[in-house]
Structures are given as structure tokens and as C-alpha cells.
Design a protein around this ligand. Structure first.
Ligand SMILES: C[S@@+](CC[C@H](N)C(=O)[O-])C[C@H]1O[C@@H](n2cnc3c(N)ncnc32)[C@H](O)[C@@H]1O
Length: 198
């Protein structure tokens, strides 16, 4: 736990004492408090497999694993992956950790019930290449539902971005991934969290 503690301390110092979600056993603030509680209502019992895209320290992966889902947490960053692994280990290795670029990973694995796309897709809209890869991935994945938390309009439409408005982006992600139903789960840290279903 020492390494994780040290890393978290460093991270929290850099990001005003806040993580995305609650890391258990560690005293800190979170930006998206209560997200999982709100999502629970929409999690289908028959959905067995979950792909957590850009899992960060694994906060959401652990939550889904603990309600019996088979979770794959994909994280590209070398600096995050050791914390993610340690967090997973500390809580009984209940989910699978993959250190890989999500675009490479989904070339080989495309069948999941649920996708968690929380604060991640705007990373890919800043360049034409990223946007192209996102398009290919969304069309390729064979999923039945998705929790999607887009960035703010300002972040999504910052200079160089290929996205024009947040609403257009939400509709676009839905259509590319073959989803037809959209439900607003709640608003966290001024961002809407959506649940999409096929
Ligand atoms: C803003 S954080 C999202 C945190 C988390 N999903 C949440 O809100 O609960 C984005 C994470 O995605 C990771 N990431 C960025 N690009 C990625 C890629 N191509 N493949 C996998 N992970 C990536 C980053 O390293 C970072 O940990």
C-alpha cells in the first residue's frame, strides 16, 4: 500500500486534492461523488462483462467487479498502471488489468456487454487521427449498453477539436456504437452521465 499511498499523495497534490472517484481506504475528495450509486439502477443483471476504457486507478472497475461483473480495466498510462494494479491486488484481484492502448486492445477483443466510457472520449477528439480511431473502435465493439460521461462543452470544443457541440458528440457516440436509447443518469461535477442501450 505504501507505493500506492505515495503515488496518490503526489497525484492529489498536483490535482487540488481530488481524484475522479473514491479510492477506498484513502482519505481524499473526489470529483464525481455518487456516480456508481446512480449508475446501479441501470446495471442489468444479465450483463456479465464490462470494459472500463481508461480505467485510471480502477475506482469504477472495482465497483463493478464487486457486484459480480467480469471487468477488464484498460489503461494506457505507465504512471497510472502501477497504482491500478496495486489497487486491484489490494482488493483481492477481482478484475483484470490490461496495460495497453484501448485502440490496440479492441482490435483483438470486441465482445463485451457493457462499456464504461467515463471522461475519456474527449482525449481522442483533439486530432483527426484520434477521432478516426475512436470511430473505428465504436463501430467495431459488439456491446449491449454503455455508460458515457462526456467532457464539458469547453473541453470538447477546444482548439483543434473535431467536435462542434457536446450534444452533437453525445448523439454521434450513440449512433456509432449502435445504441438507440439514451437516459440521463445524473449530473456530476457539472457533467452529464448517460446510459445508452442498444
Ligand atoms: C480522464 S481519465 C478518466 C478516469 C476514469 N475513466 C473515470 O472518470 O472514472 C482518462 C484515463 O484514460 C487513460 N487513457 C488515455 N488515453 C488512453 C488510451 N488510448 N487507451 C487507454 N487508456 C487511455 C488516461 O491515462 C487516464 O487514466
Amino acid at each position: 500500500m505504501r507505493k500506492l499511498n505515495d503515488r496518490l499523495k503526489k497525484y492529489l497534490k498536483k490535482y487540488n486534492g481530488k481524484l475522479y472517484a473514491e479510492i477506498r481506504g484513502y482519505d481524499h475528495d473526489a470529483l464525481y461523488v455518487g456516480r456508481f450509486e446512480a449508475m446501479k439502477k441501470y446495471i442489468r443483471p444479465e450483463a456479465k462483462t464490462v470494459l472500463d476504457i481508461g480505467a485510471h486507478f480502477g475506482e469504477m472497475s472495482l465497483e463493478f467487479a464487486e457486484i459480480g461483473k467480469k471487468v477488464t480495466a484498460v489503461e494506457k498510462s505507465t504512471s497510472k498502471i502501477s497504482c491500478l494494479r496495486e489497487y486491484c491486488r489490494k482488493h483481492g484481484n477481482k478484475f483484470n488489468v490490461v496495460h495497453e492502448d484501448i485502440f490496440d486492445y479492441t482490435q483483438k477483443h470486441r465482445d463485451f456487454d457493457t462499456v464504461l466510457a467515463l471522461n475519456i472520449f474527449h482525449h481522442f477528439t483533439r486530432t483527426e487521427d484520434g477521432f478516426k480511431k475512436l470511430t473505428v473502435m465504436l463501430r467495431r465493439l459488439r456491446i449491449t449498453d454503455m455508460f458515457f460521461l462526456p467532457a464539458t462543452t469547453e473541453e470538447l470544443t477546444e482548439e483543434g477539436s473535431v467536435v462542434s457541440t457536446k450534444n452533437a458528440f453525445v448523439e454521434w457516440v450513440m449512433s456509432q456504437s449502435g445504441m438507440t436509447k439514451k437516459i440521463l443518469v445524473g449530473t456530476f461535477n457539472k457533467r452529464n452521465l448517460y446510459y445508452f442501450q442498444r
